[in-house]
Design a binder for this molecule. Structure first.
Ligand code: GDP
Ligand code: MG
Length: 160
């Protein structure tokens, strides 16, 4: 069994987060990393990548029949994205709350999409929608060797 896919539960739950091309262009990378760090989640992987259309079609496979699919692939391949893996208790669900709704107009102020964008087709950030999706997405975007195992010296002040 692969180390990073065994025991991805509890405090070891992982999610896949990506700053989309508009987020990179708009200099949102630092702000987004800051929010996840300050929340208490642990950074396990991070890279700047120009995603291929093949990768993006796999990533968004479940949306392949949607009318906006080809625009979505064009948007997501329009520049580099910052792909990240974050780990922590309930990180998948919590990250979705930190992101806001798919449509920025429905996102509460204070959330990333609520604060920093206007349209669905330029909504700055991606986050996995379930633990199962997270596992698929992490294995799609990252090689095992790119996921780092390290001791977080602050963890005893985050978990009781
Ligand atoms: P997410 O999980 O909140 O990102 O939303 P989905 O998985 O449903 O959709 C993936 C991405 O496709 C969204 O983040 C948007 O960028 C885009 N998207 C979703 N729905 C629409 C839509 O109705 N119109 C457009 N233009 N883009 C959409
Ligand atoms: Mg989604």
């Amino acid at each position: 069994a692969h180390f990073f896919q065994s025991g991805w539960t509890g405090v070891n739950e992982c999610t896949f987060i990506a700053v989309k091309p508009d987020g990179v262009q708009r200099k949102m990378v630092g702000e987004i990393v800051r929010r996840f760090e300050k929340k208490g989640f642990k950074l396990v992987g991070l890279k700047l990548v120009q995603a291929s259309e093949d990768l993006l079609r796999d990533h968004y496979w479940s949306l392949r029949s949607k009318p906006f699919f080809s625009k979505l692939i064009t948007y997501m391949s329009s520049g580099p994205v910052v792909a990240m893996v974050w780990r922590g208790l309930d990180v998948v669900k919590t990250a979705r709350k930190m992101l806001g709704e798919t449509n920025p107009a429905d996102s509460l102020p204070g959330t990333i999409r609520g604060n920093y964008c206007v349209e669905m087709g330029r909504n700055v950030i991606h986050g996995s929608d379930s633990v199962e999706s997270a596992q698929k997405e992490i294995s799609l975007w990252f090689h095992q060797s790119e996921l780092n195992r390290w001791e977080d010296c602050g963890s005893q002040w985050i978990y009781n």
